[in-house]
Design a binder for this molecule. Structure first.
Ligand SMILES: Cc1cc2nc3c(=O)[nH]c(=O)nc-3n(C[C@H](O)[C@H](O)[C@H](O)COP(=O)(O)OP(=O)(O)OC[C@H]3O[C@@H](n4cnc5c(N)ncnc54)[C@H](O)[C@@H]3O)c2cc1C
Length: 474
């Protein structure tokens, strides 16, 4: 059979176009391929078929989803592109969990276990939303331990690149690429926790991105860890250490950088103390870049890392308080605030924030308000509330169920919502709560053979509430 005959036999799976069987390294020019493209030859892809629930993306939402699914008795796979679990918490070096203290379940367990390991630093309670700072390296290990204890099969270094649907529109496989080549992971129910909604988009789901109308999205940020600072000498610039009245620690840090001859791209640079001489610095904004473009991600990463080094070098050279400061790490993955918001059976909206919406199928209550990092640096480079004073509101289970593809749940920042609502619910205390609910629901759906929308919400609630925490190995 020549190449041309082979190509005629190629079939394409739903929106996942070419999810199955496109050749490993074999490609050629073809009459049927659009100009500027190659049509790859079909090939057989190894199917891994040993689980009920497949969770794609192992950030705060995905790790929680996988732990919850496994604890609910489902054979669970967690597929993560990075070399560690945690997403923005670890590869992104975030170190600060917002909307955490009002949450129970896995969120509370994580905070308690971090505290037991002396890796959580209580910051100001900040009203009802309460935040918690932690050391990212301990978080990496803790998430791995919790997944292992629950019986989750973790696959790191593996990128989800496609999806397959059956004739009834139900997702059947996630297609991946890794050092093992191209593989297909079969499952009964899937959870998209990739942050950017990669699995859902590949499966053919509709989605929204950025502001309604303009498509402008919040900037990315390169976060860094610093050492070599005396807490007393830099307390005025450090959130949580500063007891000085008047200007905020952010305003003082901006003034200090300006005095040293540099202007950060984020006009509210933030530094906080993680104990044992470790500090987290967020001073960079990368505007107008898309997480769906590898070129944009690359450019933002190179620019962001260079800026962080430039800022810290200027402080070291020009201010005695910073004379010994060192960057011990910049984030492995630049922090992405916003990707695709996949359309679900319910869209969380700014009206929900305005009215403090309540739902019978609430998976969690959000206390954190509107938090839009500037989408237009020509106007400003900080954070805006955009005139909306949010009241505490519920996230309904329906916003975690993909509208266009069956058997697919959403968790984390890719759940269904509008631009302003997303700016509020996206923070990680809520991502974990949504992940836990999605994981428990996925397990119930897989075990009963139902679609996620057909599982009675009471059963999901009960499964979440009675989940036993596994015994910590630490
Ligand atoms: C700079 C910055 C500051 C922030 N500040 C705060 C804060 O102070 N407090 C707070 O609580 N939240 C904060 N947020 C959190 C943030 O807003 C997110 O909403 C949060 O990361 C949501 O968690 P997630 O699990 O949905 O996504 P992520 O943390 O992005 O995790 C997604 C995971 O999926 C993986 N993945 C992505 N695509 C694929 C694929 N195709 N295949 C396999 N794996 C994939 C990624 O590697 C990652 O591990 C901040 C975010 C940023 C970027």
């Amino acid at each position: 059979m020549d190449n041309r005959q082979l190509h005629r036999r190629t079939f394409f799976a739903s929106g996942a176009a070419a999810a199955l069987g496109l050749a490993g390294g074999s490609a050629s020019a073809d009459d049927a391929a659009p100009p500027g493209t190659l049509r790859e030859a079909p090939r057989d892809v190894k199917v891994i078929d040993d689980c009920d629930v497949v969770v794609c993306g192992g950030g705060p939402a995905g790790a929680a989803a996988a732990i919850a699914a496994a604890r609910a008795g489902a054979r669970t796979r967690l597929i993560e592109a990075n070399g560690c679990l945690g997403g923005i918490w670890t590869a992104g070096l975030l170190s600060w969990i917002l909307d955490a203290r009002n949450k129970g379940g896995i969120m509370r367990e994580i905070v308690e276990r971090l505290r037991r390991q002396d890796a959580a630093v209580g910051l100001s309670a900040e009203g009802a939303s309460g935040s918690e700072a932690y050391r990212p390296e301990t978080m990496k290990l803790l998430l791995e331990q919790m997944c292992q204890e629950a019986g989750v099969t973790v696959r790191l270094h593996t990128m989800v690149v496609g999806a397959v649907r059956d004739a009834a529109g139900r997702i059947t496989h996630a297609i991946t690429e890794s050092k093992s080549g191209r593989e297909a992971f079969a499952g009964k129910t899937f959870v998209d926790a990739t942050g950017d909604g990669d699995l859902s988009a590949r499966a053919g789901c509709s989605f929204d991105y950025g502001r309604e109308g303009t498509g402008q999205a919040q900037p990315m940020s390169m976060i860094a860890m610093l050492v070599g600072l005396d807490p007393k000498a830099v307390s005025a610039f450090t959130r949580g250490l500063s007891s000085e009245k008047g200007q905020s620690s952010k305003a003082r840090l901006l003034a200090e950088m300006t005095r040293c001859g540099v202007t950060p791209s984020y006009s509210q640079p933030t530094m906080f103390y993680l104990g044992s001489g470790l500090y987290c610095l967020m001073a960079n904004h990368e505007y107008g870049v898309s997480p769906m473009s590898a070129d944009d991600l690359t450019a933002a990463t190179l620019r962001g890392r260079a800026e962080v080094h430039r800022l810290v070098y200027a402080l070291r050279k020009n201010s005695p308080a910073w004379a010994d400061v060192q960057i011990v790490a910049t984030a492995e993955h630049i922090g992405v605030r916003e990707g695709r918001r996949i359309r679900g059976l319910y869209q969380v909206s700014k009206e929900d924030l305005r009215t403090g919406a309540r739902h019978d199928d609430a998976v969690c209550r959000v206390f954190f308000g509107v938090d839009v990092h500037s989408t237009d640096p020509s106007k400003e480079k900080g954070i805006a509330r955009e005139g909306l004073r949010a009241r505490a509101y519920d996230i309904p289970y329906r916003s975690l169920i993909a509208a266009d593809v069956k058997g697919l749940l959403l968790a984390g920042r890719c759940i269904s919502g509008d631009f302003l609502a997303h700016s509020s619910y996206r923070v990680t205390g809520n991502s974990v709560a949504c992940g836990q609910a999605a994981g428990a629901a996925a397990a119930l759906a897989a075990k009963s053979g139902k679609l996620p929308q057909d599982v009675p919400f009471g059963e999901i609630k009960q499964a979440v509430e009675k989940q036993p925490a596994t015994q910590p190995a630490d």
